[in-house]
Design a protein around this ligand. Structure first.
Ligand code: NAD
Length: 367
């Protein structure tokens, strides 16, 4: 049988630096766990624009459609800020999500005990926190028509349309229920059924899908209350399913409960391919961080945790994903810190590669 295939798209800025560290982790799995991947690498974002005049070449798009999983670093940077909207680095990312039809965005918010002091909430509210937000990613108000700005009665009017078909709500709901089945069998669906018809449909469809998942405890919550509950008592949640707009906001809010941007992975999943694996792209939540690019200061953990998500959700290697997460937990408990994680008592930061050295040593110790 051939090895599973991975397309690596480092992108711009620290995307390239953190992805180099992920490659060391991938190599470790080859050398120490006899797990081999066919890895190819290509350009996206500003790097692709510099070479091809487009943030995503058609050949790269075609490769992304063929591989078992895509790993993306980050795109963007000041050099590209003034480009036309149609060729901005972010368009490369959006094209990948759209053409791969990645409708379920998984955003874990997990608080490592050693970093609980970094949260803006009290330590006891976040220590041990482990939430998974499943955000519908390809529809809703960011895509609905009509949209635009036009004149009415001599006045400018801005329009966006929240539109969901039941099929769109249902496929995301199935991804969320499947996720709940793999975790603590608890799912909270969030919408605004009190004021939005699309929210009423959302609640109805999620309730209908629930019939196929009788073991899962389903609750519904208005998204505004959800925001309040996330900062009041976040540990009441396990899996949350919500739409594109609310998911955008709620997942950022939940993520910040855990401390630094440099710690946050994500996955975007689509429909199963012929081999049963979902179309999938894994990426850290952070951007290209131009302020620290090229200085060896970037925290590689978000990107390494994104690879762990790939092991779990694309390659059915949950135990090996846990091995990575446990190694990271140990390294943090030992006080190893990149600059973004430095607290008052910590004085010395390790470099990007220094953090990976420590993680690889912890992986070695796990054998
Ligand atoms: P950013 O996430 O790049 O950086 C925000 C702050 O967090 C910066 O101070 C940065 O140094 C710090 N930071 C981020 N990741 C870090 C890491 N791994 N280790 C240590 N510190 C880290 O967001 P921004 O500054 O608003 O945007 C910079 C560029 O990135 C822009 O061009 C933006 O469009 C782009 N961007 C891309 C993505 C993506 O590719 N998914 C996401 C967000 C922003």
């Amino acid at each position: 049988m051939s090895n599973p295939s991975l397309l690596i798209l480092p992108g711009d800025g620290i995307g390239q630096e953190v992805m180099a560290e992920v490659r060391r982790v991938i190599d470790w799995f080859g050398a120490k766990r006899d797990m081999h991947f066919d890895v190819s690498e290509d350009l996206v974002g500003g790097a692709a624009y510099d070479k091809h005049g487009t943030p995503l070449h058609d050949d790269t798009m075609a490769k992304a459609q063929e591989v078992d999983a895509v790993l993306l670093g980050a795109v963007g940077g000041p050099a590209y800020d003034d480009l036309d909207f149609s060729v901005k680095p972010e368009r490369g990312l959006l094209r990948l999500r759209k053409e791969m039809d990645l409708f379920a965005n998984l955003r874990p918010a997990q608080c490592f005990d050693a970093l609980a002091d970094f949260s803006s909430l009290k330590k006891e509210l976040v220590a041990g926190l482990d939430i998974m937000i499943v955000r519908e990613l390809t529809s809703g108000v960011y895509f609905g028509e009509p949209r635009g700005i036009h004149m009415e009665d001599n006045m400018r009017v801005g329009i966006n349309t929240q539109r969901y078909t039941e099929a769109e709500i249902e496929r995301g709901a199935r991804a969320a229920f499947d996720m709940a089945m793999k975790r603590s069998k608890k799912l909270c669906s969030m919408e605004k059924a009190n004021v939005m018809e699309s929210g009423i449909l959302w609640r109805d469809v999620v309730t209908e899908v629930h019939a196929d998942y009788p073991e899962v405890e389903l609750s519904h919550m208005y998204a505004d209350n959800g925001a309040m509950q996330l900062v009041r008592a976040p540990k009441q949640f396990d899996v949350i399913y919500t739409d594109n707009l609310f998911g955008d906001i709620l997942s950022d809010c939940a993520a910040m409960l855990t401390g630094s941007l440099g710690m946050l992975p994500s996955a975007s999943l689509g429909a199963p391919m012929a081999n049963g694996r979902p179309k999938a792209m894994y990426e850290p939540v952070h951007g290209s961080a131009p302020d620290i690019t090229g200085q060896g200061k970037a925290n590689p953990i978000a990107c390494i945790l994104s690879f762990a998500m790939a092991l779990r959700y694309s390659f059915d290697q949950g135990d090996e994903a846990t091995r990575i997460e446990t190694a990271i937990e140990k390294v943090l408990a030992d006080g190893v810190r990149t600059g973004d994680l430095l607290g008052d008592e910590d004085t010395v930061a390790v470099s990007t590669s220094g953090m990976t050295d420590a993680i690889l040593a912890a992986l070695d110790a796990s054998l």
